[in-house]
Design a protein around this ligand. Structure first.
Ligand code: PRP
Ligand code: URA
Length: 214
């Protein structure tokens, strides 16, 4: 896991398996079927690292032989995919943390203004009691991500992490300015945004690639 002096809130995950799978996701020839499977796999690998500092409490467990010290997760964790593309990461994360709850936030970027437009939400009523992992493959301008985090903070959440696949410097800066307490986990920090605010080199429109709506 790498840190970058220019982006104190960014953690880049350069494990060879993550980088290998990211290449498959970037490839314009990759089919939606393969894209979905690999996106879930990368999300799982990244979650393992992103949740490394998850709070735990001490307890005991009785084995068939004796009682011994153990730990358990201190509070219920909630995964919050930003619809649509974040859904493509959710199953891979649930494979690792099956006890997690899943809240949904629907945010769509208005392609003319580039501003986020919210259209759906459904969260566990006690979402604020535990850590929240917001997931979306793309952090471009950062508008959608920052909006989703604001929404969760307004509902009392204070242990928020953001997990994406590809981040643009513009999006990382926006998250840092709006939410300096939120660590952004990414598989790669890309070069820039183009004139349509797509990430370069990026991987194209993540939602379209997950759901085959190209
Ligand atoms: C994409 C992506 C992010 C957002 C990133 O979603 O999945 O949510 O754009 O851009 P931003 O950082 O500039 O806000 P999109 O709005 O295309 O919706 P979709 O997932 O339904 O395709
Ligand atoms: N949304 C995407 O899906 N991809 C980008 O590169 C930018 C926004």
């Amino acid at each position: 896991m790498l840190t970058t002096p220019d982006h104190p809130n960014l953690r880049t995950h350069d494990h060879p398996l993550i980088s290998h799978k990211l290449r498959i996701l970037r490839d314009a020839e990759t089919s939606p079927q393969t894209f979905r499977r690999v996106l879930g796999e990368v999300a799982g690998l990244m979650t393992y690292e992103a949740l490394r500092d998850l709070p735990t409490t001490r307890c005991t467990v009785r084995t068939p032989i004796a009682e011994c010290p153990a730990v358990r997760l201190a509070a219920p964790i909630t995964i919050v995919p930003i619809l649509r593309a974040g859904l493509g990461m959710t199953d891979g994360i649930l494979d690792l943390v099956p006890e997690a709850r899943v809240g949904h936030i629907g945010v769509q970027r208005d392609e003319s203004t580039k501003r986020p437009v919210e259209y759906y939400e459904k969260l566990p009523p006690d979402v604020a009691e535990g850590p929240v992992l917001v997931v979306d493959p793309m952090l471009a301008t950062g508008g959608s991500g920052a909006h989703a985090v604001r929404y969760l903070k307004d509902r009392g959440c204070h242990q928020i992490r953001f997990l994406c696949l590809v981040a643009a410097p513009e999006g990382v800066r926006r998250m840092q300015e709006a939410h300096p307490d939120v660590i952004v986990h990414a598989a790669a920090l890309d070069d820039r945004l183009d004139e349509r605010a797509y990430i370069v080199p990026g991987l194209g429109d993540a939602g379209d690639r997950v759901f085959g709506t190209l």
